[in-house]
Structure formats: C-alpha cells, structure tokens
Design a protein around this ligand. Structure first.
Ligand SMILES: [Zn+2]
Length: 420
C-alpha cells in the first residue's frame, strides 16, 4: 500500500481564514505574471541570453513591487555568479614514463596553460565498480588541480563522457584511463577559458524574532531557450517548466508581505541554470548556512492538473522528513491535503533544485502537480501558457501559503534529511 493517499480539495473554507489567501493571491495576478514570463519575448529563458536578463529584470521588479528586501550583502535582487567553460586546443599526458594517446585522457581546464610535474596535482582513483559519473562530477565542484585515474573497465562510459563540456566552477581536472598506480607524471594543455555570468533573483522578508532562521520558497526561471523548429515554432516557452513555479514564488512573496512579518525570515528565490545542472541552486546553497535553513518549498511545474485531478499536488521525498505531515497539519479541518510523490522510480527528489540543500540535510522538498509519466508538453515548444489551468494553479499557490503557516510562524520545524 503506497503512502496514505492524501488529496488536496480546495473549498470556500480558505476565504474565511485570517490568512486571507483568497484575498491576496488572485487568479488574475497569477495569470498576468505567468503570461509575461512564458511569452515569446522571453525566448524560452536560456541562461546567458539577453532574454534571460529580461526575465531576471522582470522578476526583480516584481520583488521590488512586492516590497521585498535584497538578501544580506546584496545591493539588489540579482545574486550574480560566474562559471567557466574551456576549449582545449592541445594536450599531452605522460604517466610513469608512458605517453598516453589523446583518446585515453581528457582535460577540463580552468587555466589557459596547464603545465604539471609530479606534486602539482592531487592524484585520485576511480576503482572498478565505483560510480564514475559521481566521482568525476565531485571534482567539478572544486578549484584545485586533480589528476583522476579511472580503471580501464570504464572505457565505454569514458568514451561517451570525454567530449562532455558543461560550465564548471573552476579548477583543473584531467581524467585518464589507466590500470597503473601513478608514481610520476607530466601534463600540459593549452586552452581558451570562457567566463559565463549567471544570476539568481532573490529577496527576503526579515523575521520578527527568529531572524537568522530562514524558510525559502523557490523555483527555477530558466528553461531551454530556442531549439529546432516544430511547425515553425522554435521557442521552448517553458510556461509550466518552470514559469509556473516562478510565478508562485512571486505571488507568495507579495502575499507574505501583505500578511506582515513572520517569526522566521522568508527567502524568495528564482534559480537560474536548473536545466543545465542546477548551478543556480548550488551557488545559492553555498551562500547559506544549511543549519539555518529550516525548510525549503521548491515549486516545480504546478500548471497542469495532477494525476488525481484538480486541487491536488504531491511532495517529493515525502518519507525523508516530516515536512509533508507538518504541511498537512496546517490543512487539518479543511479538505486540503498533499500526497507523496507517486513516481518514486523517477527519483524526482534528486532531480530539481531542492536536491542541493537536501544533500546538506535541509528539509528541502519539491511541490508539483506534473504527471511525470505522461506530461504531454514537457520539454517541448508547446509548453505554452494556453495549455495551463490558472484557476487550479492559483488554488495550489494558496494551499502552499496556508500549509506553510506552522513553519513560517516558528511554531514547528521539519525534521532534517539524514544520511545523504
Ligand atoms: Zn523544471
């Protein structure tokens, strides 16, 4: 028997509550924000494009209008950061006196000229049976010099991987196939390094008493940009993915500002670069002290009805903390409920921007209605405003506002994610 199937039914009960979500979260407002973010003018919001800057400026203006403050240490709502990508034009690697063929190693440069003798880099090994992708990806987070020796049993995956180029934070990583223990080596590489600038859009409402305890409401505002035309349409508008979540974050920011300060500090953030690797949420997480983040409501694709129909949504990683149960507690007496993620085989808990903070122990969960096994327009040019249900989406946003009451008011705190 799956977890308790809990369905969210929204009735008029909400309008009576002191929290007034009906009054301050309006369908017209929701539709207008979502229409703007998913319009063709936004060109599918691909990071690094002028249209993406336009989307960031729009979200920042909505945060300003709502009355949010920039995050501490920021002069405005843009949380800027840079990453790098590199093109290597020449390279050579000698291990224990043997010169490797170019197809036996690959270079991820962070500097234009790499010239290593023994001692210049940390040597690490990927042994047979270990997780190649995880081991390599872990080295992309750093800033030092690493020579990563992979067992030759990884030849097939290495060949698929060696031309993979995605933005990185920095550092120089050379990955080589070899069975040998490295005693001495020499490496050289000449590359051009390109800096790529990104920006999350973030603002906050300081808390009254528990000011250093943060509750964050987040979504990602990037999408796939322009792609191969389908019936003359080449814009991936990303109305559901994830302009719907970004709209919810803006609507919740304006709602909580009208409601007045809560005991805890509320942080509202639209992440960049989720589609290309979750770089925005990674950067954001590195600026926060995870121990001070009490909970994260990550909102991803709430524009269509869930598999249970209207007025229902699910929470990923439901069994990892009591976050879901606490949200339900605030919906007691009403017919509002949430359900656990019905697609456990899709590993959704680790596939969106909540994952970065969850790995650091934060009860960070994604709220969604997306039918992952049959979402018709997912990652297509047809993910357009017109395909979404504004009435239902507005109800979901109101339900999130209500269900967060215990957490934002400082009365309760979800248990932490353990063992990640
Ligand atoms: Zn998404």
């Amino acid at each position: 028997m799956r977890y308790l199937l809990i369905v969210l039914f929204l009735s008029g009960q909400l309008s009576g509550s002191a929290q007034k979500p009906d009054k301050w979260i309006k369908e017209k407002q929701v539709a207008s924000i979502l229409r703007t973010l998913s319009a063709d003018e936004m060109q599918g919001r691909r990071p690094g494009t002028p249209a993406m800057d336009k989307a960031a400026a729009f979200i920042a203006s909505e945060f300003k209008k709502a009355g949010l403050e920039p995050l501490k240490g920021n002069s405005d709502f843009l949380q800027r950061f840079d990453m790098i990508s590199a093109e290597t034009s020449s390279r050579s690697l000698i291990i224990n006196g043997r010169k490797l063929d170019n197809n036996e190693f690959t270079v991820f440069a962070g500097e234009e000229n790499i010239k290593w003798e023994a001692g210049a880099a940390e040597i690490k090994y990927i042994k047979a049976g270990e997780n190649f992708g995880q081991k390599v990806f872990a080295e992309f987070q750093g800033s030092g010099n690493v020579l990563l020796i992979a067992d030759t049993s990884f030849t097939r995956i290495f060949n698929r991987f060696r031309n993979f180029r995605s933005p990185r934070w920095g550092g120089n990583v050379i990955v080589a196939l070899s069975q040998e223990t490295v005693y001495r080596y020499q490496a050289e590489a000449i590359s051009t390094i390109k800096k790529i600038s990104y920006a999350n859009v973030a603002g906050m409402i300081p808390g009254k008493s528990k000011t250093d305890e943060a509750v964050s409401f987040s979504a990602h505002y990037d999408h796939l940009g322009i792609g191969k035309p389908v019936e003359n349409d080449s814009i991936f508008n990303g109305a559901n993915d994830d302009a719907s979540g970004t709209t919810a974050v803006i609507a919740l920011a304006s709602y909580f500002k009208k409601l007045g300060p809560q005991e805890r500090t509320l942080v509202f953030v639209a992440f960049t670069a989720e589609e290309s690797g979750g770089f925005g949420s990674t950067y954001f997480s590195r600026q926060m002290d995870p121990a001070k983040v009490v909970a994260m409501f990550n909102i991803e694709m709430i524009g269509t009805d869930s598999k249970w129909g209207k007025n229902s949504a699910y929470i990923t990683g439901y069994d990892k903390t009591d976050f879901g149960k606490l949200l339900q507690a605030d919906l007691t007496g009403s017919s509002f409920t949430f359900s656990p993620d019905p697609y456990p085989d899709q590993n959704l808990f680790y596939r969106s921007d909540n994952a970065t903070l969850a790995r650091l122990g934060v009860p960070a969960h994604t709220i969604s209605t997306s039918k992952m096994d049959s979402e018709k327009f997912y990652h297509t040019v047809n993910d357009e405003f017109e395909t979404l249900d504004m009435k239902n989406m507005t109800q979901i946003i109101r339900a999130i506002a209500i269900s967060s009451k215990g957490i934002v008011s400082g009365k309760v705190a979800p248990t932490r994610v353990v063992g990640e």
